[in-house]
Design a protein. Structure first.
Length: 424
């Protein structure tokens, strides 16, 4: 669009940012052309950058060409005090109210001094006070002719703890005791709870004399019961004589080394009992004539463990393994067994088996061991090795293992049986 004058402008929304507008430059009355951006920058410079002031001078319209922005804000006038509770400083003054004024007007020092000069009159003899007269408060316990103020009276209340000394005295203090004071307990006197009380229990008769330790006292009319643990001095009907008692006791045994007759009986102990309890024939069971099994803990008790050939255990070359095991209770046992070996794809040159109280270990000296060892190129495809009975004495329950090992080629399996019989 060509350069135009502002009076020739069409609608504002039809102007382009690059259109030239005539404006007046500061310091010159002649108009100059400028783009809209330059015009906006020029107008912005006219805005005042000084903060608004609040002075104590009269208001005036001002002469500056700059304008105030719409969101400007005047500060509080620090030279003025607020109407509500003003914090005045320096020496503020106020008009002096009329004499005897009793309104809400502010009283200055001049008003106060004039009021005092007109109202105060000293009357030495029989003064008549009005309003709320005041006087100096005498010291505590003062007994002179000074005027007693209300403060003096309140100060006369005692502040010491009340005493309890057991002596009656009228007292000489000029102070008064407060209404809610509390006296302490008199520690020089026994408490009521410390006074021994009469006994409420029935006297006993147990045949043993003693002074007693009870804190209550027996009443003078108390009565002891009859001692039922003693014979009376006379022998009333129903009591036996010494001879009669001797005859009666003949049917009873002494507790110390009794000589029993007839067929004495006693409770049968548990099969595992090994104490000093009397053993009955049912407990001993030295033999049997029927097809029964001795219970656990008795002589002849039998235990058995087996690994069948149809369900064997795989064996590893030169490694000891447990084939099976039995848990035995404390006692004297005879234990025996039988071990079978079988190999495929090779054979064994050395086989060992035995019964041991240690897991996965071939027993040594003193414990039965069955070993078969062949040298050279001879191999054994299978073997069945019996283990003779061996004695095992246990003071506590223990696990007994049937163990085996071998040196072989190919693959191998092992199986067997182990049985135990209680000797005693």
């Amino acid at each position: 669009m060509a350069d135009i004058k502002i009076s020739d402008a069409t609608r504002v929304d039809a102007l382009e940012p690059s259109d030239m507008l005539p404006i007046a430059r500061e310091g010159s009355a002649a108009p100059f052309h400028a783009t809209m951006q330059e015009f906006a920058a020029f107008v912005t410079q006219l805005a005042s950058s000084d903060p608004p002031q609040m002075s104590a001078v009269d208001a005036e319209p001002g002469t500056m060409e700059q304008y105030a922005r719409a969101d400007h804000r005047h500060p509080s006038d620090g030279t003025r005090a607020p109407i509500d509770s003003p914090p005045l400083t320096g020496k503020p003054t106020t008009p002096t109210p009329e004499l005897h004024d009793s309104s809400l007007s502010i009283a200055n020092t001049e008003f106060v001094m004039r009021e005092i000069a007109s109202e105060v009159e000293t009357v030495i003899d029989s003064p008549t006070f009005v309003g709320t007269p005041r006087a100096p408060t005498p010291g505590i316990d003062d007994n002179t002719d000074l005027i007693a103020t209300t403060e003096f009276l309140m100060n006369q209340g005692a502040t010491d703890q009340p005493q309890m000394d057991g002596a009656n005295l009228p007292g000489v203090s000029r102070r008064w005791a407060r209404q809610d004071h509390v006296h302490p307990h008199d520690v020089t006197r026994a408490a009521v709870s410390d006074i021994p009380q009469p006994a409420t229990t029935v006297p006993t008769m147990d045949g043993v004399a003693m002074p007693g330790v009870g804190m209550t006292w027996a009443r003078s009319d108390h009565t002891h019961p009859h001692d039922d643990t003693r014979y009376p001095n006379t022998n009333p009907a129903g009591y036996q004589t010494a001879d009669q008692i001797s005859v009666t006791l003949q049917a009873f045994a002494y507790r110390d080394s009794p000589s029993l007759i007839g067929i004495p009986t006693a409770p049968t102990p548990m099969p595992t009992d090994s104490s000093i309890t009397l053993a009955t024939t049912a407990f001993v069971r030295t033999g049997t004539r029927v097809a029964d099994t001795p219970p656990a803990g008795q002589i002849g008790e039998y235990l058995f463990a087996q690994v069948l050939q149809s369900s064997p255990v795989a064996i590893v070359n030169n490694q000891v393994l447990n084939i099976t095991q039995i848990t035995l209770s404390a006692g004297d046992w005879g234990v025996s067994g039988n071990v079978g070996f079988a190999f495929a794809g090779g054979g064994a040159t050395m086989l060992s088996c035995g019964i041991n109280t240690v897991s996965a270990q071939i027993p040594t000296g003193g414990t039965p061991i069955n070993m078969l060892q062949l040298g050279g190129n001879v191999t054994i495809p299978a073997s069945n090795m019996p283990i003779p009975a061996t004695r095992i004495v246990l003071a506590a329950p223990a696990i007994i293992y049937l163990v085996a090992t071998g040196t072989f080629t190919g693959t191998g399996i092992v199986y067997g049986t182990m049985n135990a019989r209680r000797v005693r």
